[in-house]
Design a protein around this ligand. Structure first.
Ligand code: PLP
Length: 406
């Protein structure tokens, strides 16, 4: 049996070690970031104690009212949180938002549940081309519940919009999904919207257009990436990546889908919302409105570009030849065929540099090995790094990889 006191000490010790790791390591995982003290305080606030199944009153969805008493303050916080986020994305006029999803995956699940039936067809970016698990992987609920068809990237690693259009014609999807976990270029939401609408005028069914902007939401908020608002019917996001907020998700939808989306989140696939996280999401939204956040995001993008350029100068293969956003992929399949992404990730770990292995377009290895690594600049930019530090870091990574070859 576990000794309670000893185990508690062990846990405290692990927390200390994680604090040291986060303070000392070079954090290059594209989906990670460091939240502000205000957000950490919000996460640790007493809102965590409150049950509040349901929604605040006056939702346009009509899903109003809570199943518990004592919700007068969480009601106000949740409503403020929604107002803040609609303002961040300039979406008050036409969109509704649900801030209750516990994560990006749950946001995607509820988004699908709101407009699809099991067996319906989703057209999404294939996983080894940058898509996410919840975009149709066989091992995920999305691949088990829905008929998944993938569009791909072209030989330059760029989204193949012609392939997307052909697949709409061929497979008549109920939902077309744009968004990625590992794609370093601008995604042209307007173009996809126009493809869908032109095909509709040509007599094809009109699928829902959904965007999962989890990775680039911070760039969209700051104006460093084109916005899906005005084009997509449903937009999901996480709040913990470039948005630099608490771990969680949100769903925006055109106002006419509000009831479906709210019902899909609760009672469709969640119970009580995490009110401390919703409180922190509200603080995160306020932070995202500031000039200093915008400056931060533009620095994130400049840093990613400088680091990708440094790797190119050292003759690494950067997928798509560079980046327009906060991350890029290095593909070792031709330059270092004897090394997997996993080998490199593990070696970098030994040098306190944290990255993740990642599949590359036309991947030959399993996802557990992979032939590439993904590098992102949001976390170290939060720590104050600028182009110089990222270029130096690229040179350091090169040295480590060259030593692995010896
Ligand atoms: N969507 C995209 C594009 C992602 O990259 C991720 C996570 O990496 C998710 C959804 C899922 O988010 P979560 O880990 O919060 O479930």
């Amino acid at each position: 049996m576990l000794d309670i006191q000893r185990t508690k000490l062990r846990l405290l010790n692990l927390l200390d070690k994680e604090i040291t790791r986060q303070n000392n390591n070079i954090e290059l995982i594209a989906s990670e970031n460091f939240v502000s003290d205000d957000i950490r305080d919000a996460l640790g606030s007493c809102f965590t104690n409150k049950y509040s199944e349901g929604y605040p009153a006056n939702r346009i969805s009509g899903n109003k009212g809570r199943y518990y008493g004592g919700c007068e303050y969480v009601d106000e916080v949740e409503q403020l949180c929604c107002d803040i986020w609609l303002e961040v994305f300039g979406a008050k006029e036409n969109y509704h938002v649900n801030v209750q999803p516990h994560s990006g995956s749950q946001a995607n699940m509820a988004a699908y549940f709101s407009v699809l039936k099991p067996g319906d067809t989703i057209l999404s970016l294939s996983l080894d081309n940058g898509g996410h698990l919840t975009h149709g992987s066989k091992v995920n609920f999305s691949g088990k519940l829905y008929n998944i068809v993938f569009y791909n990237v072209n030989k330059n690693g760029l989204i193949d919009y012609e392939d997307l259009s052909d697949k709409i014609k061929r497979y008549h999807p109920n939902l077309v999904l744009a968004g990625a976990s590992a794609y370093s270029r601008i995604i042209d939401f307007e173009k996809i919207y126009n493809i869908i609408n032109q095909l509709y005028l040509d007599g094809y069914n009109k699928p829902y257009f959904m965007v999962d902007m989890a990775h680039i939401a911070g760039l969209v908020a700051a104006g460093a990436h084109c916005s899906p608002f005005g084009y997509a019917d449903i937009i999901t996001t996480t709040t913990h990546k470039t948005l630099r907020g608490p771990r969680g998700g949100m769903i925006f939808c055109k106002k006419e889908l509000a009831k479906k989306v709210d019902s899909a989140v609760f009672p469709g696939c969640q119970g009580g919302p995490l009110q401390n996280i919703i409180y922190a999401k509200a603080i995160c939204g306020l932070e995202a409105m500031t000039d200093s956040y915008k400056e931060y995001i533009y620095q994130v993008v400049k840093n990613a570009r400088s680091m990708a350029d440094a790797f190119k100068q050292m003759e690494y293969k950067v997928v798509t030849g560079g980046t327009d956003n906060h991350m890029f992929l290095l593909d070792f399949s031709e330059t270092h065929p004897n090394l997997s992404g996993k080998d490199i990730q593990e070696e970098l770990d030994k040098h306190n540099i944290t990255v993740n292995k990642n599949c590359v377009p036309n991947e030959k290895r399993s996802p557990m090995q992979a032939s590439g690594i993904r590098i992102g600049t949001p976390a170290m930019t939060t720590k104050g790094w600028t182009e110089d530090e990222f270029v130096k870091c690229a040179k350091e990574i090169d040295k480590i990889i060259e030593n692995m070859q010896k």
